[in-house]
Design a protein around this ligand. Structure first.
Ligand SMILES: *Cc1c(COP(=O)(O)O)cnc(C)c1O
Length: 410
């Protein structure tokens, strides 16, 4: 299939190009030292990712350690309740550690092994990426250094405890607002000082080249499995595939194997938070414009000075003011549609999926479920395949405290 000059038959070979560009998006906007270090990583990755040994080892890890393939599940009760559209879930909540993030962390860990690196470095906000990376480090016997803002360390005590139990070292960042942005700066600095020994492991399909490429490759297992599982169950492709978009890793992994399937509508779901007013959401594609941040060119939400804007979502995994460059590209050429779901719609979906299917979704994933529910109410027939990126245990305390009165009265 060809759309606006892009041939999806050969898409993976041509995008990104050798400098990490998807059209005008992507690239590597960082200082020279790091730029050169990442050029080396990109070169090494290009060779390693094609070797049978690497591919087979990653396959074995996915099966024996992560518990893949994760199933595709037909939500019969929820579908019947809403009408005639059939909703299916790709169960990344059943991946080890309870979310899709481990898919790229295990890939990054194995790459570090092949490159002879001793240490994995990353930042984390809510702690989900930190926990997944600490898990990978424990598996591979690598050191792990997680940079985290002081404010987040206090807010996310259970994840901090998990990381520590898994053997990671937490670097508490006390500069500025003491949250994710400062943690990113701190982690990049630590990597720049020690790139011979260590490798930086990004938390989503973002950052300078080659991260958007590597994370996409490692997450594509989600869509590959889902596409063939869905076909086996129903004999056809789904009419709609959707996933929530924070940085965009679970969604890109889900989408890529369907890009060349002409009849499949693909939708990325961004968080509308409390509404479209500035600072109340994190819907980067819906309300943003082109710009460079954190080392790559994409679509971002900017403040008056062109700096990354304040963002908000009830889902801490979705509140990022930009999006992976490949999403910006797929949006521009019109292959993927991006839509929004508010906090309230996501919370409603959280309770519905729990009650009608016995699956408590992550509040991030609830955005994608809410979108599927919306389609099920609007259309007369068809099927929607949702990427259920993670499980919701981590969100329970907060949701009960904030929304329990509304949803749990008997
Ligand atoms: C981190 C996270 C997300 C958002 O990240 P993406 O890179 O957009 O996938 C979504 N769902 C869950 C469960 C997460 O932990």
């Amino acid at each position: 299939m060809i759309l606006n000059g892009v041939d999806f038959e050969t898409y993976l070979k041509n995008y990104p190009d050798e400098n990490g560009y998807f059209g005008k998006y992507g690239g590597s906007y960082i200082d020279e030292n790091l730029f050169n270090a990442l050029v080396d990583v990109a070169k090494a990755y290009k060779t390693i990712c094609k070797s049978a040994k690497f591919i087979n080892e990653l396959r074995r890890i996915r099966k024996e350690f992560q518990g893949r393939p994760t199933p595709v599940y037909h939500c019969e009760r929820l579908s019947n309740l809403l009408g005639d559209v059939q909703i299916y879930l790709k169960r990344e909540d059943l991946n080890h550690t309870g979310a899709h993030k481990l898919n790229h962390c295990m890939g990054e860990g194995l790459l570090a092994k092949y490159l002879g690196k001793k240490k994995l470095i990353a930042e984390t906000g809510a702690g989900q990426h930190g926990v997944a990376l600490a898990t990978a480090a424990a598996f591979f016997g690598l050191e792990c250094e997680i940079h985290m803002g002081e404010v987040d360390v206090k807010k996310q005590a259970p994840n901090v405890a998990r990381m520590k139990v898994l053997g990671a070292k937490i670097v508490v960042v006390t500069e500025g607002a003491k949250t994710l942005k400062e943690a990113v700066d701190s982690a990049f600095k630590a990597y720049a000082e020690d790139y011979e020994n260590s490798i930086y492991c990004i938390g989503s399909v973002l950052g300078p080249h080659p991260f958007p490429l590597m994370v996409r490759d490692f997450q594509t297992i989600v869509g590959e499995e889902a596409r063939s599982q869905f076909k086996e169950m129903t004999g056809e492709n789904p009419d709609v595939v959707c996933a929530c978009v924070g940085g965009g890793s679970n969604s890109i992994g889900m989408f890529v194997p369907f890009l060349n399937d002409k009849g499949v509508e693909i939708v990325g779901v961004e968080p509308l938070g409390k509404g479209p007013q500035k600072g109340q959401h994190a819907a980067s594609i819906a309300y943003g414009s082109e710009g460079v941040m954190h080392g790559f060119n994409s679509i971002m939400l900017k403040d008056e000075n062109g700096e990354p804007d304040e963002v908000y979502s009830v889902a801490s995994g979705l509140d990022y003011p930009s999006v992976g460059p490949e999403h910006a590209f797929l949006h521009d050429i019109g292959r993927v549609k991006y839509d929004t779901i508010s906090d309230d719609e996501a919370i409603e979906a959280f309770f519905m999926l729990s009650k009608y299917e016995g699956i408590i979704p992550a509040v991030e994933s609830s955005h994608a479920v809410a979108y599927a529910m919306k389609i099920a109410k609007e259309r007369k027939s068809g099927s929607v395949l949702v990427c259920l990126s993670g499980r919701g245990d981590k969100d329970l305390d907060f949701i009960i405290e904030k929304y329990g009165d509304k949803y749990l009265k008997d």
